[in-house]
Design a protein around this ligand. Sequence first.
Ligand code: FAD
Length: 425
Amino acid sequence: MTTRTTPATPRVLISGGGIAGNAVALQLLRAGIRPTVIERAAGPRPGGQAVDLRGPSRIVAERMGLMPGIRRYQLDERGMVYVDSTGREAARMPAELFEGKGAVAEIEITRGDLNQVLLDALAEEAARPGAPGVDYRYGERIHALREHAHGVSVEFASGATEEFDVLVGADGLHSTTRRLAFGPEEQFSTYLGGYTSYFTMPTPAEVRPHWMTVQLLPGGAFLAFRPDADPATTKAMISVRRPADPALRRDTAAQKRLLREGLAVGGWLVPEVDAAMDRAEDFYFDELARITMPRWTTERIALVGDAGYCGSPLSGQGTAMALVGAYVLVGEIVRTPDRPAAALARYGEILRPFVESAQQLPPGGVKAMTPRTRAGIRASLALVRLTTSTIMRPLMTRMLSGTDDYTLPDYSTDLPTAEQGTLPR
Ligand SMILES: Cc1cc2nc3c(=O)[nH]c(=O)nc-3n(C[C@H](O)[C@H](O)[C@H](O)COP(=O)(O)OP(=O)(O)OC[C@H]3O[C@@H](n4cnc5c(N)ncnc54)[C@H](O)[C@@H]3O)c2cc1C
């Protein structure tokens, strides 16, 4: 294949307007490249609870100039408390215990707010005099694609066909781009044994402000409450251990039935959560699954974020991987904009060590998170207390160091910061 016809400002299509897609779009725009973004939903998707920024992802957020926006929405979350079925405290894990490397990091922001920070930065960047702007299309998705020597022909669901030099698949765990360019989802996805759901609810008076509060329910369910930027609301999370059931994919009523089965045993604030589920406007449900692929790129197509390397919420690193992946991908595209195949290959090589480390799951996975019996719950809580003991803390902190050793490439000569503004091309 030749890449000689690629212009110095390639036409880039991004499929998916989540954290990964919007981070790619922002970086391209800053580099003077006009991105086209298509998002299947009719508008920005709200929802999701706190996501962490630490280590390399925090550095990327700083380099992308996102920190002022993040500070506006940053949550004051101080750690994790386990309660029993009456709401009485059973174990406590303050955020500073493992130097901020535990379940709650120094910087926590809800997924929806972080997406809004990215969209605000995109709008601001697009409005700068001389900026190439962004072509953002909601309610659109790819119907078919054909990769050829000079780029990718994309047929949209709306009927139009357009040519692009590079296609970025940032369309999440069930990526259409991955299916069309690399093969069926089953080839790359490993089901991890459960489902998870997030939604916003009015803050119950009994919930501890500023703490993630967790209750383990007999039968294999995990119920948690996490702070929201607005103290009047709380993010509820329910995870249940169940065999895979593909029929759940697009059936919201069946998804809620499954969650209610998990809650049926009752417990602290369970009736309030049950009632809030139907009123929530941002109900989100998906399987816990991991995507592993031998390569995330072809000559003209790159996958970024959950589409290429979903670690599942169990890894706690989905957003970190999306931000770091977007940063490396655009950094490499901008280094050789007229040779996208070389840029995409370098992206894969450079990012691989970070992803391999970030995709690690906590020991025991879903089973450890959702013990089925009362004895299993007691054992889990005893283990939490043990890990927070003075003797175990240094060992735990070392085990949680995860992606700290990754050396993030520095693209400062090719990728302008927010202060430098858009590069002329
Ligand atoms: C509503 C929501 C809430 C979430 N909440 C949490 C949470 O609380 N905790 C957590 O750890 N993770 C959560 N996640 C997952 C988390 O956002 C990702 O793991 C991480 O941020 C990586 O993001 P991503 O952009 O790769 O994928 P995603 O965040 O899944 O974004 C993918 C985007 O692509 C869009 N899309 C999907 N298919 C198509 C298509 N065919 N064409 C065009 N667009 C398409 C989706 O609508 C979505 O906006 C949530 C995801 C969503 C969508």
